[in-house]
Write a protein that binds this ligand. Sequence first.
Ligand code: HEC
Ligand code: HEC
Length: 360
Amino acid sequence: MSKSITLSVIIAVCVAAYSCNKSATNTATNTPATLELPQTTYQYYEVRYPERFYDSLNRVATLGRVLFYDGHLSLNNAISCASCHKQALAFSDNAALSVGYEGRLTKRNSPGFNALNRTSNLFWDGRENNINNLALKPITNHVEMGIDDTAVLPSKLAALPYYQDLFVSAFGKSTITAGKISQAIAVFLNSINGNGSRLSKYNTGQKDVLTAQELYGMQLFDTKYNCAACHSGGGGPYGGMPGFKDIGLDQTYKDEGRGGLPGMSAEKGKFKVPNLANVALTGPYMHDGRFKTLSDVLDHYSGNIQNSDNLDTLLKKSNGEPMRMNISTQEKQAIIAFLGTLTDYEIITDPKFSNPFQKK
Ligand code: HEC
Ligand code: HEC
């Protein structure tokens, strides 16, 4: 109990004026905890949210941030969204499969977040399109947070001293509902949207930010190996298509991916083309985290593509056999260097996305 009171005091202070995260940067003490959402996110919500929310979006996101980092959303109070979506790792996890409630493992690898938006196909199999619905799913299903019925959450959170004020601030009323919890988390997730990578800078005209090796890697990625045929499009350059592809990881599917969804059996072995933003930080890779490093990923494309039933034609030779790219060591290094330019150090250090609960 005394811990909750301490937290409430800390959060009250955070919400009132200051960020509490001292570890994210040395100078974070004067950072407002109220999130200033990127303009694009704001515009998006202007369209989707009732008018009365226009002015309070930052406060809704602030609430979402607290919820995102709060273990009370799990049954044993130990697992928060951030347990598997870590800011320092661009909101991914460094385990192949993540550990949830009572040590249970997730079925798939935790992806990072950047520029999630309403048109995204969410999850590796795209089973959810609406981020407002998604935010509550982790609590009940996509991972083990131990709570089967989100109807129990409002009263649980209402018993914590800090949520009354946060809900009043965000929604004008202290009433907590599952829908509001979900909306607030969704607004926070949508606010995680940065343009701080060196590639973004390059694309906005700062041509000297990339090295010769990185530029060579970009050319290999865009042209010679045609990676960009899939990895470009929605969500910025090198975002997912968005679309679903079988890249020949296994001859026989261990996880049917999109084909496991009702009525989608023709899509076996297809997974969402992931957004490569921050990819240097989001390993291990693929839907099941099978590859530890980007070098392992390139070995797959270079020489290990399997002849699976739905292997994408972009990864086949004209005779139908799996493509053998035979990417040289030097080329692999250049592609990896290029992928490193997609890291957005602002997102991973920005105090407004950091844990508002102060660690003792
Ligand atoms: C125990 C680990 C774990 C916890 C806790 C967790 N997640 Fe996830 N998250 C995952 C995994 C694994 C996936 C991929 C699941 C899949 O694709 O089937 C995922 C996927 C997602 C995605 C989809 C991203 C995309 O690009 O498709 C979002 C958004 C998300 N989680 C948000 C949350 C939120 C919000 C919470 C807290 C309410 C949360 N997660 C809690 C492990 C976790
Ligand atoms: C036919 C479309 C397609 C092409 C071409 C393609 N990819 Fe992919 N890529 C995907 C899909 C789909 C996944 C996810 C597969 C899975 O997890 O089952 C993926 C995964 C990845 C990942 C792992 C991302 C993560 O977060 O786990 C990297 C890195 C990657 N690709 C790089 C490349 C590179 C480099 C090339 C060119 C040599 C390339 N891709 C060509 C579709 C493609």
